[in-house]
Design a protein around this ligand. Sequence first.
Ligand code: SF4
Length: 310
Amino acid sequence: MTHPIPRLVVSACLAGDFVRYDGGTVKDPFVEKLLSYCEVIKVCPEVSIGLGVPRSKVLIYWEGSEPKLFQPSSGRDLTEHMLRFSEEFLGNLEEVDGFLLKGKSPSCGVSNNTISYKDPQGKVFSHRTKGMFAKRVLERFQDLPVEDEKRLRDEKVRRHFLLRLFALADLRESLKEINSVSQLMEFHRRNKYILMLHSQTKLKEMGRLVATSNDLRQTLSEYSRLFRLTLKRSPSKGQFINTFTHIYGHLSSKLNQGEKSHFFSLLEDFKRDLVDYRTILELLRSWSYRFEEKYLQTQTIFEPYPKELN
Ligand code: SF4
């Protein structure tokens, strides 16, 4: 299966640049591998606002209800610089498929982290907060996958991030080629089970949208919006089982009793975390080859991203 090349915005220190406050970079084997499958757009917000390498640390503190970006050693308030840079950079970005930012950074941190600061009088301030640049990313790109390298160590988070990243890249690249409703229908068809995995209701809604289209441009724009929205929530175990059962429904009339029993016992094992979802998908995929089910063979769910990233 060939995969599209996602356009991914990455914190420059995660992409091998020596731009951290101490002149270092970040080594993360998984990130390195992932980036080799992507078109990487690097950004270091702190260097971009004119802070050098190495530099004194910056941090976020609250002034009333407003977060401020502050460099204690120089006493500089960098808030306006960072907000202006974020607006300019994000506003001028060409279409991208996701963001991978450095965790626990006052600029790039995607998750809420506790940041403590002692003022010159010795008073300690402590807040849970996201990085200032990352916060703008999350506000502006609500339907794109945005993660940090630490969260990607969680298997479930990583799987969902990768699935969305490559599916959105597929959407972006396919949209350039789609000139008719039948081509859009074809895209919808091969993504059927990925959409079902995330929401059966949305899958039907999108199917109706394509089937009743009388203005291709409008339909493409609405379809893209729904596609991004649908993939946003991580699927539950129940949604996996529902999707597996639907694929099985395509094949069941050709299976013998032993194969049917084996499938249902694997589902039970999956419910109890005794087997991985990939085991069941591979079983279904191999049946699709055995019974020459071309419709199933082209389904993106069987390999939503390069298997080297598993
Ligand atoms: S975390 Fe962000 S601001 Fe800090 S060095 Fe990395 S890219 Fe630059």
